[in-house]
Design a protein around this ligand. Structure first.
Ligand code: IPE
Ligand code: IPE
Ligand code: MG
Length: 225
């Protein structure tokens, strides 16, 4: 049976969830943040999962209306403040990938503080992908290697990425879209994919359990026979 160490999720469908209910898109993002808590708590208690990477804001998401972008930034700050208790209780270490440079000073501060306060937690690493784009990450990694006069090899490049943690074993995308949208192109080279029609705010621990069961029974070959 396959071991599941690194789970990655493209949390998609918040807007459609809200629209279906005649609500503002922001309500979908709010409900979505609650699902993040439920899924993270579940993963922290899972015997195998060491890393949970969640796509929260892409380098392309700046194209959204200013109001929505601003709301997402506020929600993130609020979420991190509220979640510290949960991170500590469930022994979750908080990390990020992506370029934090364009974020406000106060958001950057909360992010740094949450990383610092949770850095010794051992049950799970929760990585939020923030202003993350895989192509951007790869370019920044290549620049890092050049700047430090290192040879461009698969190993060195892998280590120079924002995620030197591990390759993704299982990648789930909610909402029925079947694309990567610039997420973990390098790290998901051999990931198993699972696409579900469920919108992220409706995603449950029960469904995740079923997906993990499905993953366990797949044959991963890594090029072998
Ligand atoms: C995912 O939900 C959340 C973010 C990208 C921040 P969407 O906001 O993309 O929801 P849909 O795809 O419009 O339904
Ligand atoms: C991907 O979802 C980004 C996140 C989930 C944060 P999008 O909704 O932005 O992706 P596209 O635009 O449908 O590809
Ligand atoms: Mg979407």
């Amino acid at each position: 049976m396959n071991e599941l160490k690194h789970l990655a999720i493209i949390m998609d469908g918040n807007g459609r969830w809200a629209k279906q209910r005649g609500l503002n898109r922001t309500k979908g993002h709010e409900r979505g943040a609650e699902v993040v808590r439920e899924i993270t708590t579940y993963c922290s208690n899972h015997p195998e999962i060491e890393t949970l990477t969640l796509y929260a804001f892409s380098t392309e998401n700046w194209k959204r209306p200013k109001m929505e972008v601003e709301f997402l930034m506020k929600l993130l700050g609020r979420y991190l403040k509220n979640e510290l208790q949960t991170y500590m209780k469930n022994e979750v270490r908080f990390e990020t990938i992506g370029d934090l440079e364009p974020f406000s000073k106060s958001l950057k501060n909360i992010i740094a503080q949450t990383k610092e306060k949770t850095k010794n937690n051992k049950k799970l690493i929760q990585i939020l992908a923030l202003n993350y784009g895989s192509q951007n990450e790869i370019v920044r990694a290549v620049k890092r290697l050049l700047d430090s006069n290192q040879e461009i090899t698969e190993e060195n490049l892998g280590k120079a990425l924002d995620t030197p943690y591990s390759d993704v074993d299982l990648l789930i995308r909610t909402s029925g879209e079947q694309r990567l949208s610039n997420f973990l192109l390098w790290q998901a080279a051999y990931a198993e994919f699972y696409f579900t029609k469920t919108l992220w705010p409706d995603f449950t621990v029960k469904e995740l359990n079923g997906i993990i069961e499905n993953f366990k029974n797949r044959e991963r070959k890594f090029g072998g026979i």
